[in-house]
Design a protein around this ligand. Structure first.
Ligand code: PLP
Length: 417
C-alpha cells in the first residue's frame, strides 16, 4: 500500500440521496415500525421479481425459517442444502428439528451438485432409504447425514444461488416435485439473478432474499420471502408477527382495533418502515447497480485472466449472474503461499478480501454432531482451500479495481512456485 492510497474494504453499501431522503421521510412521519412503507416495498419487490406475493422480514434467515415452517416440514424430515453455504441455510432446519443433509458442490460454479440431488431422489423414488445410503453417486458426508433423517417424510431442498449464479433449476425443480419435496430457494445472493428467462424467486414453494449490509440490495438488516401461493404467504406473514390472526400492525392506526387473536406460536420477524425506506430506494437502483457489478466482473476477468496462478469464477451463462461475489481460486501448486497467506498479503497491500464459505461440515456444530471429516465433501473442501473473494460493489471505482488487480498480480509474481 503506497502513501495516499486508502484501504479498499471488502464490501461497502451504495448510498445516494434517495436512501437518505427516504429514511428521513419515514423518521419524520412518526411511523417507524411495520406500516405503509413496508407494504409498498413488498408490492414493488414482488413486481420486480415477478412473484404474486412478497412478505418482508427482518432477515433472510427469518424468511427461510418461516418458509420451511409454513411448508409443514416435520421433525426429522430431510432438508437438502449445499455444504458450501452460510450458517443460516442449515440452522433453520435445526430450528424445526428437521435433519439437514448436505450435498457436495459441483466443481465449476460452487453451487450444489444437482446430479447428486437427482441420485438421492432416484434412490428415494425407486427403492427405500437403503438405496440412497449405499449410492456411490453420493459423497460420504451426504450418506452419513442421510442416516439421521426419516426418509419417509417428504422434506425440503434449499438450493443456494452461490455468488449470484443460479443453480440448475431445470434439474432441481422436477426432481423435488417428483417426490413431493418442498423447494425453497436461498436467494440471499440472487436478487437480480435469472435461470434462463425466469427470475430466481419464482421457483419452488417460496424463496428468501437477504438485505444484510453486504448484499446486492441492502436495508442494513432485512429480508423478503416471495411466493405465488397466497395461502402460504398468509401463513408466513402470520408467523412473522407472533402468530397473530391478521394485519396485526394495523392495531395502532386510526382504522385499527385493540382486538386480536394469537392463533399459533409465531416469531418477532417483522421489518421496520425505516428499513423498508432504504429497501425501496435501493430497489429503484438495483438494475443500475447490477450493471456496475457486471462491469467490474468483466475488468477482473480481463486482467486476472492473464495470471496463471489464479483461476477465474465460471459463469455457465445459463441465465443472468448477479455477481454478488467475485471468487477467484488459487492454483496452489503454482504458488509458495496458501490461501490464508494470500489474504494477508492482500491486506498488507490495502485490499480487504474474504472467504465464501467455510463449508458447514468443517464447523464444530456439524462436524461433531454428524461425525464429519473434511474430505467427506471433497469438492466443497477443495474449493474452500483455494477460494478468495475479492471486493465487488457498485461504488468501487475503476481505479480501485485496478489496484486490486495490481495487488493480485504482485502477490502471484512474488509468490510464484
Ligand atoms: C447472507 C446469507 C444468508 C443470511 O442472510 P441474513 O439476512 O443475514 O439472515 C443466508 N444464506 C446465504 C447464502 C447468505 O449469504
Amino acid at each position: 500500500m503506497s502513501a495516499g492510497d486508502s484501504f479498499i474494504p471488502f464490501s461497502r453499501p451504495s448510498v445516494t440521496e434517495a436512501e437518505i431522503v427516504g429514511v428521513e421521510r419515514v423518521v419524520r412521519s412518526g411511523w417507524w415500525t411495520t406500516g405503509p412503507e413496508v407494504r409498498a416495498f413488498e408490492e414493488e419487490f414482488a413486481r420486480y421479481i415477478g412473484a404474486s406475493c412478497a412478505v418482508a422480514v427482518n432477515s433472510c434467515t427469518a424468511g427461510l425459517h418461516v418458509a420451511l415452517q409454513a411448508c409443514g416440514i416435520k421433525p426429522q424430515a430431510p432438508v437438502f442444502l449445499p455444504a458450501m453455504t452460510f450458517a443460516a441455510t442449515s440452522e433453520v432446519a435445526l430450528y424445526l428439528d428437521a435433519a439437514p443433509v448436505f450435498l457436495d458442490s459441483e466443481p465449476d460454479t460452487g453451487n450444489l451438485d444437482a446430479f447428486q440431488f437427482e441420485a438421492v431422489i432416484d434412490a428415494l423414488a425407486s427403492d427405500s432409504r437403503g438405496g440412497a445410503l449405499r449410492s456411490d453417486a453420493l459423497c460420504e458426508g451426504t450418506r452419513k447425514m442421510l442416516r439421521t433423517a426419516n426418509l419417509d417424510l417428504p422434506g425440503a431442498v434449499m438450493p443456494v444461488h452461490f455468488a449470484g449464479q443460479a443453480c440448475r433449476m431445470n434439474l432441481l425443480e422436477p426432481a423435488a416435485a417428483s417426490v413431493g419435496m418442498s423447494l425453497i430457494e436461498d436467494a440471499a445472493h440472487a436478487v437480480e439473478t435469472t435461470f434462463g428467462d425466469r427470475k430466481v424467486g419464482t421457483f419452488g414453494a417460496a424463496s428468501a432474499f437477504s438485505f444484510y449490509a453486504t448484499k446486492n440490495l441492502s436495508t442494513g438488516e432485512g429480508g423478503m420471502v416471495t411466493t405465488d401461493d397466497e395461502d402460504l404467504a398468509q401463513r408466513m406473514r402470520r408467523l412473522t408477527l407472533h402468530g397473530i390472526s391478521r394485519d396485526a400492525w394495523k392495531r395502532y392506526t386510526a382504522q385499527g382495533s385493540w382486538q386480536y387473536e394469537v392463533v399459533e406460536m409465531g416469531f418477532k420477524y417483522n421489518m421496520t418502515d425505516i428499513a423498508a425506506a432504504l429497501g425501496r430506494a435501493q430497489l429503484a437502483r438495483v438494475e443500475a447497480m447490477a450493471t456496475r457489478r457486471r462491469q467490474i466482473a468483466a475488468i477482473y476477468d480481463e486482467r486476472l485472466g492473464r495470471i496463471e496462478q489464479v483461476s477465474l469464477p465460471t459463469d455457465l451463462q445459463m441465465g443472468r449472474h448477479a455477481w454478488h461475489l467475485y471468487v477467484i481460486r488459487l492454483n496452489l501448486s503454482q504458488l509458495t503461499l496458501d490461501r490464508a497467506e494470500f489474504i494477508e498479503r492482500l491486506r498488507d497491500l490495502g485490499i480487504g478480501a474474504s472467504v465464501h464459505f467455510i463449508p458447514l461440515h468443517r464447523h464444530p456444530l456439524y462436524r461433531d454432531r454428524f461425525g464429519l471429516k473434511p474430505d467427506d465433501f471433497p469438492i466443497a473442501e477443495s474449493i474452500f482451500q483455494r477460494s478468495v473473494s475479492l471486493p465487488i460493489y457498485p461504488d468501487l471505482s475503476d481505479e480501485e479495481v485496478g489496484r486490486v488487480c495490481d495487488a493480485v498480480e504482485r502477490i502471484c509474481t512474488v509468490g510464484a512456485a
